[in-house]
Ligand binder design. Structure first.
Ligand SMILES: [Zn+2]
Length: 188
């Protein structure tokens, strides 16, 4: 009985094409957030958010050719950052990383997240409820896989890092669902 439930959960996780909306082993905490209450708004406002992608020339400080990126990045890094790929869930060693420190874009060492906002989402991908700074990330809408999701890219190089959903925990209610292979971690 236990074994069959586990294999069912595993197959559900394996079917997810990317950071999905489902939480396999954690109740959705968004209902507990007192949305609209004064206290929650004030608390969330202290945290930086991803800025919208403008699509204008010169938007990204770091611009390289595909050949240059291929030379610099590992295969998995190139697949995620430059081809908008997604790593298999539960494969990144950063998923369960609980050490205190900072997370950087693997392409250009742009500071993107702090361990202070990391949480266990149960999705199999490293998850955070806020970016490190307002200059860390940019967001654009993404309709791939038939899902309406907001894509998260590095604000410095435009590299794909993951997606953001509005079913995250307090205090922001956001879940930045990241590909660990697109990030590097440095202990404090
Ligand atoms: Zn970057």
């Amino acid at each position: 009985m236990r074994l069959s439930l586990l294999s069912l959960l595993l197959s559900v996780a394996a079917l997810s094409p990317a950071c999905s909306q489902s939480h396999a082993d954690q109740p959705n905490t968004v209902a507990a957030v007192p949305t609209g209450s004064k206290g929650a708004t004030v608390t969330a406002a202290k945290y930086p958010v991803a800025q919208p992608v403008t699509g204008k020339p010169g938007e990204y400080a770091v611009v390289k050719t595909d050949a240059e990126w291929k030379k610099q990045l590992t295969g998995p890094q190139y697949y995620i950052l430059r081809e908008e790929g997604t790593e298999r869930p539960y494969t990144s060693k950063l998923n369960d990383n609980e050490a205190a420190g900072n997370y950087y874009c693997a392409a250009d060492h742009n500071l993107v997240f702090s361990s202070a906002t990391k949480f266990h989402s149960g999705t199999g991908w490293p998850s955070f409820y806020a970016p490190a700074t307002a200059a860390s990330l940019k967001v654009k809408s993404d309709g791939s896989f038939g899902m309406s999701r907001d894509e998260i890219v590095c604000a410095k190089c435009g590299g794909h890092l993951g997606h953001v959903f509005n079913d995250g925990p307090k205090p922001t209610g956001l879940r930045y669902c990241m590909d660990g292979d697109a990030l590097t971690f440095e202990k404090k």
